[in-house]
Design a protein around this ligand. Sequence first.
Ligand code: PLP
Length: 336
Amino acid sequence: MIWAEAEGCRVVDTDGREYLDLSAGFGVAALGHRNPKILAAWRAQRVVHALGDLAEAEIAVELRRRLPRPAKLGVTGEDAVEIALRTALLATGKPGILAFEGAYHGTGLLALAATSIDAFRLPFRTWLPGPVYRRRFGEDPGPLPARCGCVIVEPVQARGGAQVPSPDFLRVLRRRCTARGALLIVDAIYAGLGRTGELWPGAEFADVLVVGKALGHGLPISAALFYRDELERVWELGDEDVYTHTHVGNPLACTAALVVLDEVPKLLDRVDAAGERFEREGWHGKGLLRAREGDAGEALRRGVIVIPAGPGGKLISATPPLTITDADLDEAFSLL
Ligand SMILES: Cc1ncc(COP(=O)(O)O)c(C=O)c1O
């Protein structure tokens, strides 16, 4: 299936067939595809590309001001995960990473080391950094190993199949990290920015919280937010930024992020209400990060875009635009 048009919750393929999109393009189009406010913000931008970390665009400075904590910006989600993991190494001097079964943190080598999906990891296992200590998601990992510099966790596992841990899980991890002097990294790349009903899920426990996906609403931008005071200072390593990319702080992505930060808070009640409708239809998860058993290919034949998720891809996941209406939901549920 090739996308020819995407507007709101609807996608039209190159054969002219219309689909109801319950994916939001991996959760990115939180305000709906081609959202008019995002398009207008892009069009109004007076700098389309600046000089990355050397000379930021004004809009990137404005975005930093609007984020709740000091941040190091990245391009992809995986990139923000890499920043967070490197922060832990710089802050603690310890290379060990504690990560969870079912976790997905991205496919660059460092994020991949923390990812648990074998199909992604095994072809590259001889190159993966570590040590990585793997534990059951949702359970107390016990005292952290001595070489463990950080724990990385999704507040709700997304690609793992919309797995919601017990309410106490992050608190337990916080306690384990504090006892060992390790950082707690909360990967809210999928679950954050409103999708599970909160803008910054896990912020009260995190040392570093990472967001991506919906932040740029279709243009790549991510951020590692430093919740522990002064943690950003570990990056003061000389005149040059030693971890950067040509496109870091892309102004079009930054201007979209400002719209997202304005608009998403207005939708949080709607996320809860729409999430309850999924719950009643037998989808587990939280807010608008949902999954249930199903076949994504069959759903597509019925005109609904969902994504395979969970172990062996046996679940279908729904991460629709947060703007999805009750009429769209009625239609999606009846088609499925
Ligand atoms: C929880 C989580 N972390 C990290 C990533 C990686 O983000 P990206 O694909 O933008 O590199 C993803 C992508 O699905 C994700 O779901």
